[in-house]
Design a protein around this ligand. Sequence first.
Ligand code: ADA
Length: 642
Amino acid sequence: MQSIMRFFVFILIAGTLIAMSYTAGKCADIAPQVPAYLLTPVGSIPPAAADPTGSRRFATTTIRQQLPLTGFWDFVADPERQGEQQGYQQKFPDPQARQWVPGSWNSVARFWNYQGDGWYRTIFNIEDEGGYRLHFGAVGLRATVWLDGKLLGSHDGGYTPFRFFLSQIKEGKHELVVRACNTTSSTTVPKKNGGWFPFGGIYRPVYLERVDQVHLDDFFIRTRLLQGGDALLQVSAQLRNATGSVVTEQLEFFVDGRRMHNSSQRITPGINSVTFELRLKQPELWSPDTPNLYMARLALGQRDDQCDRFGIKQIRTEGNRILLNGERFKLKGVNRHSDHPDWGPAIPPALVRQDLEIIKRLGANAVRHHYSPSEMFLDFCDEYGLLLMDEVPAWQLDARQLANPTVQQSIKDQFAAMVAKDINHPCIFSWSLGNEWGAGLNKDGETTETEMAGMEQVLDDLVAFARGVDSTHLLTVVNTRLVTEQAERWVDFICVNWAFFRWYGGGTELQMEGTAQEVAYLEEIHNRFPDMPIVLTEFGGSGSQAGWSNWGNAKWSEQFQARNVYESARVGLATEWLSGGCVWQLFDQRESLHRMLGPRLRGWNVKGILDCYRNPKMSYYNLQRAFNEFFPASQPEATGNR
Ligand code: ADA
């Protein structure tokens, strides 16, 4: 009897365990949740209009049907890079896991440090047979895409979108396979040992759009403020005709519902470029204090339309000053990475918005990114009135890497893709081709004369390319010794990443004696180029472990960092001829695997004025105070106290 009882108890326990493990497996498929610790918005930002794709703050079309491919996709890691040879694109293997898209596999414990190929697969249904565009917001760092076993193409660059036009998708079930790869080397951009974690995966939204065989491929709005207060808009559009014969269609352009342009277009098979200009009478200007936005809609008859927002502002330099809408502008900025401990670079809109709230409450007016941030982030910058220093992720390349044609091509491609993605946003302050090339500013003598000469040529070529892509925004290359020696040849303003109090190479205590030398260094650049603006693209950089308080101002304490940030802001913002700068950095961020040791803690760069979960450190409040004291809103022309 007892043994029968034991048998039943055994069956009961075993059954419960099996049921539990089954449910646990299912639980893994619960969509990630946004925590409820959000700051209440202080600004009068309107709620987002319905954008089914989840990428923007407004609907980008009134005609196209959009089908987001958000959700769990099957996933297999492929460290040996055997997948293509083994035909994963035709017959996807048994998945190892299911990954949330948009998301990064590096946000999931099992693949936390994984760098290699990662294969994704999803199945979708098409009811309305016809033409579609398949849009990827960004895949880290390179992607190859197959639909129903057929190769669609590849994309290099983890921070810019790409898309495919599919002239005919049949009714029924379809299989989409993506191979993402986040390995880095000396010839990739970003390179190996970069300053941030090279996240892998499909981490910005993916969606399909139902389009006509004749449709708008893209459109760009360049604005120019004219004397007298009117603005000139130059609209350039690309129209695609996949019908094989000439089509005539009406092209209309609306601003806030008013029709501003109407022309009949003869559209030949292939891609057609159309440009037209129009005048906007006495527009309300965009600025950090008055972020006025206009909604544009470009329509191709009843076949297609695209909507985008724009704003009118003017940024130019005059001597060593930067002028925004005719008035002196100094940057009170922060450096930010697209990084969150739970989300990696796929930060959900509510948390992106919280980052903007944190930046605004700091009293800042600008943000710098080492690579082009998500479209959602840019939309919020437009709304909150924050200027963005946009950059190609060509970070700390040495002369040899720069001499490599593959690297040069990647910089060009990523520059052009960044401009195409971001140019309509009024928040764009400047483009940067990269950060700390060659010997950098502080490491004299590491580059030979021949290498220097080579770098000059590469700079000539890259700058000529960049100016050809867009000449309506300021251009720079950040903190590069060569550029600082011949600034006028290449850039519109000089950018210095400025270490203070000997954080790098100093001892364990705050070291004041280095300060005079660092200040003298800035003066030297200013004396060499008295008529060029200088921005401290990074200031105050010093790590602190959140919560570590210390009487003695020792390194890694919140006190050390808070003092460093305040003092560098004092010099950076209050010195008359400087055009302000951006603190290094907004919040703690994950480093690349190769930079775990050295001046890092647990593989994290802890120079944030907030910790990785956005809890403020002492330095956040010190910077807020510095922004207030040295640069009160009512007195944009802060005069120096040095
Ligand atoms: C450089 C670099 C940053 C960051 C910083 C640091 O200034 O531009 O990306 O790596 O150093 O924290 O050391």
